[in-house]
Write a protein that binds this ligand. Structure first.
Ligand code: SF4
Ligand code: SF4
Length: 481
């Protein structure tokens, strides 16, 4: 039994019976489209090229999740750089808020991968292979989903989705490893293969089937618009004062506005809406309706710009104010967080050092009176040159350092872990512990002191103190022994 048809207006992407209404926008190759195409091709090329580019010998972008190291434009962030990444993340978020307050959804229309790939790669291929936007609509209407032209489109989409999936993986594993993996069996790297396969399938389904629904129901940024925009923000808008009352035929007819009600702005819209209904959450500000309308206005001899970038206030005849609370507060907050990021970045230590205890037994005994502690030292060389790190014990004349690998050479940007052994007499331990200090240096800019607690056996004195404590007596002090 089919659902009863809606008697009122339904969503732009639904038919009256509730089924999906496929949006096949008519292309509008106006001035905005020319500019957007330039930006889109640049961004698509950048996405493919970034993992291949090197800056100061490092990948321009590498998000090494297993090692928890992020390399962005030649700068490597380590797991200990949480503060830096947090400051950078907050700065980006505030910049997005500011950009939206000033220019509306300019990101959605000009730079979002969903729009860029859909409108400037997948949609043109669809029109080319299916014979034009009208032929695509005819295939939908006749439910010819397995028409050879459409199957050919799916095949090309699958190849493109696989390229996107592999490019995506390159951001996480690097291009060298990706090239090796592509020449070997997926069974040798099953996790990475599954990630690539998952992204490929997601991209294929997105650009084949889900399409504008990503912007309408899945994207959180679209949902934020009602709070991120205000009446002064620049939006793609229909000039109602100039356009209404709309009407067919001669606009010279008394009382009619400039809108000839041709619906070119509706048939070109990738989300299927009518911009003349005012600002809507579904509008991704792609400017296709502006291009379509400009072409119509030129044809009917009217000035272009009936649909244009404008603020709601300026359309209402009021002056547009750039300065308002959110355009003052956002830059102030951005300066604070991004300034903090730059300061922390430029004042980072030239090395990032982490001390770790032994794996397995906390200490070993050599005979009955000598304790050996293993200390693992992980050193990340943040400088642009190779560094040689040495370690010295401080104020520990009775202890000895055994460090087979020191001085340790670490290449720029590389992290290495080495083990040193500290040999100390068992009598120097109290309560199974002994504090020790040492200094690590690279002989140049880096020098840092560390404190470490060696582990050792419990001595008879310690046990006696424990017994006294348990029986309520005061433990004997060192001086009294
Ligand atoms: S394209 Fe322009 S003239 Fe045509 S319906 Fe839209 S607003 Fe009116
Ligand atoms: S209404 Fe215009 S700007 Fe908004 S999504 Fe549709 S075509 Fe793009």
């Amino acid at each position: 039994m089919s659902a009863p048809a809606a008697t009122d207006r339904v969503l732009a992407t639904l038919n009256a019976d509730g089924s999906r209404r496929w949006i096949r926008p008519r292309p509008s190759h106006g001035r905005y489209w020319q500019w957007r195409r330039g930006v889109a091709w640049f961004l698509m090329a950048l996405f493919l090229a970034l993992p291949h580019l090197r800056i100061a010998g490092k990948p321009a972008m590498l998000l090494d999740l297993p090692r928890r190291e992020f390399t962005l434009f030649g700068t490597t962030f380590l797991p200990t750089d949480t503060l830096l990444l947090m400051l950078l993340g907050i700065s980006i978020l505030i910049a997005i808020f500011l950009m939206t307050a000033l220019f509306g959804r300019v990101w959605c229309g000009w730079a979002c991968p969903q729009t860029v790939y859909m409108e400037f790669l997948f949609r043109p291929i669809e029109r080319w292979l299916e014979g034009g936007w009208n032929q695509s609509r005819a295939l939908d209407r006749d439910r010819r989903h397995f028409h050879p032209r459409r199957l050919a489109k799916y095949a090309v989409y699958a190849v493109l989705a696989a390229i996107l999936g592999n490019s995506f993986l390159a951001y996480f594993v690097g291009t060298d490893r990706l090239a090796r993996w592509m020449a070997s069996s997926p069974m040798e790297h099953p996790t990475a293969f599954l990630v690539m396969f998952g992204v490929t399938v997601a991209a294929f389904l997105d650009f084949t089937w889900f399409r504008e629904q990503t912007c309408l129901v899945a994207c959180p940024y679209g949902r934020w618009q009602s709070v991120l925009l205000d009446k002064q923000s620049l939006i793609v808008a229909y000039d109602r004062t100039r356009g209404e009352p709309r009407g067919h035929g001669s606009t010279a007819r008394a009382g009619l506005g400039d809108c000839v009600d041709c619906t070119a702005c509706v048939t070109t819209c990738p989300t299927g809406i009518d911009i003349r209904d005012g600002l809507q959450m579904e509008c991704v500000h792609c400017t296709q309706c502006a291009d379509a309308c400009d072409a119509v206005m030129t044809k009917v001899g009217k000035p272009v710009g009936l649909i244009r970038y404008a603020s709601q206030e300026s359309l209402a005849g009021h002056k547009r104010h750039i300065l308002r609370p959110r355009t003052v507060l956002y830059p102030a907050a951005f300066s604070l967080f991004f300034g903090g990021f730059l300061f922390t970045l430029t004042h980072r230590s030239p090395a990032d050092v982490t001390l770790l205890g032994a794996i397995g037994a906390p200490f070993t005994m050599e005979g009955s009176d000598t304790v050996i502690n293993q200390v693992r030292i992980r050193i990340a060389n943040r400088t642009g040159a190779e560094a040689r790190y040495t370690l010295e014990l401080a104020d520990a004349a009775d202890a000895r350092l055994v460090a087979p690998e020191l001085p340790l050479s670490v290449a720029p940007g590389v992290t290495r872990t080495t083990s040193v052994f500290i040999v100390a007499p068992a009598s120097s331990f109290h309560e199974a512990s002994r504090e020790i200090h040492f200094t690590l240096t690279d002989g140049r800019a880096y020098r840092a002191a560390f404190e470490w607690h060696l582990r050792g056996p419990r001595r008879d004195d310690d046990r006696r103190d424990d017994d006294n404590r348990d029986s309520g007596k005061r433990p004997e002090s060192k001086e009294s022994r």
